[in-house]
Design a protein around this ligand. Structure first.
Ligand code: AMP
Length: 173
């Protein structure tokens, strides 16, 4: 399977979750055994030479492929979550939305100083959430070894928000 084959398994859902947004639905890709394996293999091919100790995924779709990627690479998985979801002491990072802001939290002991972390999510849009995840890694003394997505929406210029980081996506729109 090529990245073009994977692209065909991403469903466009117009006007979700609100008018004007074309939602990139990866559920058909995840439910196809070959496509899921290929996605994880391709992400792992990119990530392995960056020698990560951990994969950091954000809820909710970033948990699915992030966990599989961590297993494939033989590294651990840590979860960034919306406020109030994590049971232990946390650090937090705020990021801008179209209107207002949101916050992501990470357990304060999730990353040790010097650990190399790949930040992962399904879609790069404006880059705000990925930037916040990079900030969480750095707050705990970790090093961002790379930022890996399945899909990037290049017209939203999220890479600009992630300048200085090593950014990768399997499929670009
Ligand atoms: P951003 O912070 O703008 O880069 O948004 C990234 C987060 O929002 C990711 O967790 C994505 O899953 C989700 N997201 C943003 N835009 C889309 C879209 N058009 N289709 C699917 N997910 C999206």
């Amino acid at each position: 399977m090529t990245p073009q084959d994977l692209m065909r398994l991403v469903r466009d859902v117009p006007d979700f979750p609100k008018p004007g947004i074309v939602f990139k639905d990866i559920m058909p890709l995840l439910s196809n055994a070959d496509a899921l394996r290929e996605t994880v293999d391709l992400l792992a091919d990119w990530a392995a030479p960056r020698e990560p100790d951990l994969i950091l995924g954000a809820e909710a779709r970033g948990f699915i492929t992030g966990g599989a990627l961590a297993c494939k690479l033989g590294c651990g998985f840590v979860a960034a979550r919306k406020p109030g979801k994590l049971p232990w002491r946390t650090v937090s990072a705020k990021y801008a939305l179209e209107y207002g802001y949101d916050v992501l939290e990470l357990h304060a002991d999730a990353i040790s100083a010097g650990q190399r972390v790949i930040v992962h999510d399904d879609v790069l849009a404006t880059g705000g959430t990925a930037r916040a995840k990079c900030e969480l890694v750095e707050q705990l003394g970790g090093e961002v070894a790379g930022v890996a997505f399945i899909i990037s929406l290049e017209f939203l210029e999220g890479r600009k928000r992630l300048e200085g980081y090593d950014v990768y996506s399997l499929v670009q729109y």
